[in-house]
Design a protein around this ligand. Structure first.
Ligand code: NAP
Length: 557
C-alpha cells in the first residue's frame, strides 16, 4: 500500500502498515460489511482485518471494489489482512490460502496470518500440531515468494510457538496478532517480538466491548475528555502497537478512529497498564481455539472413541417442518453450534439431514465440521434395531437392549455410527450394558438441571469413562422463571437460560438447548465468555430435589 496519511508502523518486509485497522469479526452479510467499510473509509481507516473463519472475505473484497473508487482510492491505498482457518492448518494450508485469495479477489493480500497454532478438530496436545504449523508456514512462504501474500505472520502464538517458528522458518514472520489490552499486557510476548523484529499487533483492545465500563478506564476517559474506547485504543497505539477495533456502528467507527490528536499522560498510561491481570479476566483468553471462532467448536469434551464432541449442541425436539428445521439450523450454525441432536421419534432426521446438506456450504463448513447425534426409536428396540438405525442413517443421509446394542456395535464397526451411546438409562441399565457390551457406550444423554442433579448417574459415568450429557437444561423452559435462577442471572448480568446452561458446561457437562427463535438460539450459545462464582454454582446445585420434567426411565426393567 502507498504511504497514506494515517500513522503507520514499518514491517520487516519494508512495507508500512496503518496503526489503525477495522476489525471485521462478526460483520457478516453484504449490507453490514458495506455500511461498516463505507463509514470506516470515510473516517480514514485504510486497513481491514478479515479471516477465513469470519466468512466475510468475499463480501469485504466486493465492497472494497465498489467503495474504493467512490472514495478516490485504489487497491494500493488499503492494507488487507486475512487468516488461514484452523481447519486448513497443515496439508490444507495452500488450498486454504488460495481460497482466501479467491474470496477476497483483490489481486493480493497485504498480510496473511496463521490464525491459530493448533488444528481444528485436534486436541491442543496433539503431537501433529508442530508438523502442521510448519507445513502451513511453508505454504505461506511459497505464496509470499510468488507475490500473492505481501507479508506473512501468525496469530495467537505463544512465546514457545514463536521461537519454534523463528528457528525453523526461511522467511521470518512479519507480525504476531494477539489479544492485548490493559488487563492483558503480554509482556513476555512483546519482548519476543522485539527481539526478533516481529510487529506486535493487538486484537480485542476493547475487551470485546467489556473494558469500556472498567472504572479506571472510565476515570481516565473523564480526565482526558475522550471516550473509554478511545482511551483503550490510544493506550495501545501510544506504545506503537497497531489496533483493530471492531464496530458495526458508523458513529463508533468514526469515534474509534480519533486516536491521533491527543496523548495520555504517563500517569494515565501507568494506571491503565497496572490493570494487567487484575480483576476478572475477560474470559476468552483461556479459550483453546481463537476467541473469534465459533464458541461451540472451541469448547468440547473428548469421547472415549478419541473424538471431540462440542459442549454445546442444538436440540431439535419439536422442530419438525422443513422450514422450521432449516431456519433453526441456519441460525444455529451462524451462532456457532456445531452439534445437532435428533432422534427417530422427533420425526425430523430427514429434514435435519437435508438442512445440513444445504446449509453447511453456505457457512463454509463440511460434514466433518459438525457432530450429529440421533437415537434409535423405542419401537425399534430389539430385533428391529438394525433396521431402525439404518433407517435413521438413511433419513439423515448421512429397545431388547442387548440386541439393540449389538446392532449399534455392528454399525459402529462398519464406520456408519462414529460413536454409540445411550439415553435415559438408569444406573442399573448402565451397569447391565457395561457388563455385557463389546464396545462401551461413549455417551449417556439424560435430563440434567439444577433441580435434577443426577448425582448417582454422574458417578457411574465417571467410573466407566462415559461422557455424561444433559438434556432439558432449561427444564423445558420452566426453570428460566425459578427465583434463584433469576437472582443469579441478575447478579451476573446474563439471561436465566445462559445461567442454566453455564451451570452445566462449567461442570464439563455438554448441553443441548432447543429453540426455534433465532435470537434465543444466538443467546443460548454465549456460554463461554463468563463464569459463575462458586457461590452461585452452589446456590443453583442446592435446588436439587429430584424434580423431572420428562419421562422417568427408572421403572423400565
Ligand atoms: P473489540 O474490538 O475489543 O470489541 C468489539 C465490541 O465492542 C463490539 O461488540 C462493538 O459493538 C463494541 N464497541 C466498538 N466500539 C465501541 C465503542 N466506541 N464503545 C463501546 N463499545 C464499542 O473486539 P473484537 O471484535 O474481539 O476484536 C477486534 C478485531 O480483532 C476483530 O473484529 C477481529 O478482526 C480481530 N480479532 C482477531 C482474533 C484472532 O484470533 N486473530 C481474535 C479476536 C479478534 P458494536 O459493533 O455494536 O459497535
Amino acid at each position: 500500500m502507498s504511504s497514506s496519511s494515517s500513522p503507520s508502523v514499518l514491517l520487516n518486509t519494508g512495507v508500512q502498515m496503518p496503526l489503525l485497522g477495522l476489525g471485521t469479526y462478526k460483520l457478516v452479510g453484504p449490507e453490514d460489511v458495506y455500511q461498516a467499510v463505507d463509514a470506516a473509509l470515510a473516517a480514514g481507516y485504510r486497513s481491514f482485518d478479515s479471516a477465513a473463519v469470519y466468512r466475510n472475505e468475499a463480501d469485504l473484497g466486493r465492497v472494497l471494489k465498489e467503495l474504493l473508487p467512490k472514495n478516490g482510492l485504489t487497491r494500493e491505498d488499503v492494507f488487507i489482512t486475512s487468516k488461514l482457518g484452523p481447519k486448513d492448518q497443515g496439508e490444507g494450508a495452500m488450498e486454504g490460502a488460495l481460497r482466501s485469495l479467491a474470496q477476497l479477489d483483490l489481486g493480493y493480500i497485504d498480510l496473511y496470518l496463521i490464525h491459530w497454532p493448533g488444528t481444528q478438530g485436534r486436541v491442543v496436545t496433539d503431537q501433529r500440531n508442530p508438523g502442521n504449523r510448519a507445513e502451513s508456514w511453508a505454504a505461506l512462504e511459497k505464496l509470499h515468494a510468488q507475490g500473492k501474500l505481501k507479508a506473512i505472520g501468525v496469530s495467537n502464538y505463544t512465546p514457545a510457538h514463536m521461537r519454534e517458528l523463528i528457528q525453523s522458518c526461511k522467511i521470518p514472520p512479519a507480525l504476531l496478532q494477539v489479544e492485548f489490552h490493559p488487563r492483558l499486557c503480554q509482556t513476555e510476548l512483546r519482548k519476543v517480538c522485539e527481539e526478533y523484529e516481529v510487529c506486535f499487533q493487538a486484537y480485542s483492545s476493547l475487551g470485546k466491548g467489556e473494558l469500556v465500563t472498567d472504572p479506571v478506564v472510565l476515570e481516565v476517559s473523564k480526565n482526558c475528555e475522550r471516550t473509554p474506547a478511545q482511551v483503550l485504543l490510544r493506550w495501545a497505539v501510544q506504545q506503537g502497537v497497531p489496533v483493530l477495533p471492531k464496530s458495526s456502528n458508523p458513529d463508533r467507527i468514526k469515534d474509534n478512529a480519533r486516536l491521533f490528536d491527543f496523548t495520555l499522560s504517563d500517569t494515565d498510561m501507568d494506571r491503565l497498564s497496572a490493570l494487567d491481570f487484575l480483576g476478572k479476566p475477560t474470559g476468552y483468553r483461556k479459550a483453546e481455539l481463537p476467541s473469534d471462532q465459533m464458541s461451540s467448536s472451541s469448547h468440547s469434551v473428548l469421547l472415549k472413541t478419541g473424538v471431540q464432541m462440542p459442549l454445546l449442541g442444538f436440540g431439535t425436539y419439536k422442530l419438525v417442518s422443513p422450514e422450521d428445521v432449516s431456519r433453526a439450523v441456519d441460525a444455529a450454525l451462524l451462532a456457532g453450534y456445531r452439534a445437532f441432536d435428533s432422534a427417530a421419534i422427533y420425526l425430523n432426521e430427514a429434514e435435519l439431514g437435508r438442512a445440513l446438506k444445504q446449509l453447511l456450504p453456505k457457512h463454509g463448513l463440511t460434514r466433518e465440521d459438525v457432530f450429529v447425534t440421533s437415537k434409535l426409536g423405542s419401537k425399534d428396540q430389539g430385533e428391529r434395531a438394525m433396521e431402525g438405525a439404518l433407517h435413521s442413517l438413511s433419513d439423515l443421509d448421512m429397545g431388547n437392549r442387548a440386541e439393540s446394542w449389538a446392532a449399534l456395535e455392528e454399525l459402529h464397526a462398519q464406520g456408519k455410527l462414529k460413536a454409540i451411546g445411550v439415553s435415559n438409562y438408569t444406573p442399573a441399565h448402565m451397569r447391565e450394558l457395561i457388563q455385557s457390551c463389546k464396545i462401551p457406550p461413549a455417551v449417556l444423554q439424560v435430563e440434567f438441571h439444577p433441580k435434577f442433579c443426577q448425582t448417582e448417574l454422574r458417578k457411574v459415568c465417571e467410573e466407566y469413562g462415559v461422557c455424561f450429557q444433559a438434556y432439558s437444561s432449561l427444564g423445558k423452559g420452566d426453570l428460566v422463571t425459578d427465583p434463584v435462577v433469576l437472582e443469579v442471572a441478575k447478579n451476573c448480568e446474563h439471561t436465566p437460560a445462559q445461567v442454566l446452561l453455564r451451570w452445566a458446561v462449567q461442570q464439563g457437562v455438554p448441553v443441548l438447548p432447543k429453540s426455534s427463535n433465532p435470537d434465543r438460539i444466538k443467546d443460548n450459545a454465549k456460554l463461554f465468555d463468563f463464569t459463575l462464582s462458586d457461590t452461585d454454582m452452589d446456590r443453583l446445585s442446592a435446588l436439587d430435589c429430584g424434580h423431572k420434567f420428562c419421562r422417568d426411565a427408572s421403572q423400565v426393567v
